[in-house]
Design a protein around this ligand. Structure first.
Ligand SMILES: Nc1nc2c(ncn2[C@@H]2O[C@H](COP(=O)(O)OP(=O)(O)OP(=O)(O)O)[C@@H](O)[C@H]2O)c(=O)[nH]1
Length: 450
């Protein structure tokens, strides 16, 4: 079916294109907003904290080198809301004297599960701890991570030591320690005879946190005050946010490409369909134009050319052109005796008979009522004369509808140096002469002009 695209009936391609463009622009703005918000949230809002201090941490324990056969003595009390560890370092045969505060993250009753806490999303630990009575001694901060890959739940020596030894702040400030600066203790790797791949710090299952005296602690009495241990970090790592944003942009780009391709294809199909419709419409118009042209140049009853249709033959520059003017004799009585419809039938049949018996290159026109003009290009006067005689014979011998017998009169002329009008009038005059001479005959008209 032919579809004509009109504004209001169907959206134009340009309108659809503008809509899609608006959609793309909106999507782009949304993406930019999401990206901006994600970055702001990541860097300024979504901070998480794990604070350990006497107010919220139950029963930290205190250990000394006595557990290893040493002689140091450690006690832990709470004072002014802080933990206070008193450590009496005594040198014995054990070479690494120490005291430490230990905070467990696993359930002491159900330790079989080996379930600690995940500190891997924290990036920094703040330690507010100091020696009260000595100026320059170091502290060891270490986390004990457990994994069945390298340890066993029941043996704490197999829990990975990840820590750092540092010089604590003397005054009120806290030490800020990036988690990435914590290292796996080399002695532990060596002692456990583990492959080097386990020398990577891990914080995904921390069973225990320890704050201990430094490695080179000298004999004597020490007071270590711990106000808090604070872990800070993001809910999401920067990499996670980065991956999220990359995923968002890449998937949006893929969607954009996919829909662009789809819409382009759709537009192409629509354009092709439109072109096809226009082509069909054009064809129809051509047929219609031809039809109208035909109608304008043809006699509707007989199908022969009419006066307008035959005119153009005279404008052609033909060297030899002859004309046979034909008029059915006594046609009026046929109408009167047999009716107008029979008269029409005879006119149709007459036209057909003449056409059938002349050359393909000749043109038959109905000049008026029962008058016909046969224009014969490239035909000499004598040939036209012969043709007219032959036609006269055919007409007179033929039995027409209702067994009617007919005769016709013929006026023949060849174009001389004259206007078409004068040429036709000359042939008409010859026809008139044929009528006057008694009808059913052919009369020639010689050109007498210069
Ligand atoms: N049936 C029919 N008759 C037509 C048509 N056009 C003209 N006529 C008739 O043709 C007849 C022509 O008559 P006339 O001009 O007197 O000529 P005629 O009777 O043929 O006599 P001659 O030509 O002198 O031999 C008239 O009766 C017209 O009504 C037509 O389209 N159909």
């Amino acid at each position: 079916m032919l579809t004509i695209y009109k504004k209001g009936c169907k959206k134009l391609n340009t309108e659809v294109f503008m809509e899609h463009r608006k959609l793309y622009n909106l999507a782009l703005v949304l993406l930019l907003i999401v990206t901006f918000v994600a970055i702001v949230l990541q860097f300024f809002v979504l901070e998480k904290t794990l604070l350990l201090h006497p107010g919220n941490t139950d029963n930290p324990s205190v250990i000394s080198d006595q557990s290893m056969g040493g002689g140091s003595v450690a006690t832990l009390t709470e004072k002014d809301g802080n933990w206070l560890m008193e450590c009496n370092v005594i040198i014995t045969d054990y070479n690494w004297p120490f005291c430490e505060i230990s905070i467990s993250f696993f359930d002491q009753q159900q330790n079989q599960a080996g379930q600690g806490i995940d500190l891997s999303s924290f990036s920094t630990v703040y330690l507010k701890a100091r020696y009260l009575n000595k100026g320059h001694d170091s502290l060891r901060f270490q986390l004990r991570n457990f994994s069945p890959d390298y340890g066993s739940v029941g043996n704490q020596n197999t829990w990975k030591y990840v820590g750092i030894e540092y010089w604590p702040e003397n005054a009120t400030g806290a030490n800020e320690i990036p988690m990435e600066s914590l290292q796996v203790a080399t002695w532990w790797i060596v002692e456990q005879r583990l492959p080097i791949k386990y020398a990577v710090p891990e914080f995904d299952n921390v069973m225990m946190l320890e704050l201990a005296t430094g490695n080179n602690i000298q004999p004597g009495q020490y007071f270590i005050e711990v106000e808090y241990i604070k872990f800070t970090g993001k809910y999401f790592t920067n990499n996670q946010v980065l991956f999220f944003l990359i995923f968002l942009w890449v998937s949006s780009a893929i969607c954009f490409l996919f829909f662009s391709l789809k819409w382009s294809r759709k537009r192409l199909n629509e354009t092709e369909k439109k072109a096809e419709d226009l082509r069909q419409l054009n064809q129809l118009l051509n047929v219609k134009t031809k039809e109208l042209k035909d109608k304008a140049e043809r006699d509707p009853l007989t199908g022969a050319l009419n006066r307008a249709g035959i005119q153009k033959i005279f404008t052609k520059e033909l060297e030899v052109l002859s004309l046979i003017f034909i008029d059915i004799d006594h046609f009026k009585p046929i109408n009167d005796n047999y009716g107008h419809a029979t008269g029409d039938d005879i006119l149709k049949e007459f036209s057909k008979t003449i056409s059938k018996n002349c050359r393909f290159t000749d043109f038959l026109a109905r000049w008026g009522g029962e008058e016909f003009l046969l224009v014969c290009p490239n035909t000499s006067l004598s040939d036209a004369y012969d043709l007219a005689k032959a036609l006269r014979k055919i007409v007179s011998k033929k039995i027409w509808v209702n067994n009617i017998r007919l005769t016709a009169s013929f006026g023949v002329a060849q174009r001389g140096n004259e206007t078409p009008r004068a040429f036709i009038e000359r042939a008409d005059k010859a026809l008139y002469d044929a009528k006057v001479r008694g009808r059913d005959q052919v009369v020639l008209s010689e050109f007498k002009g210069s």
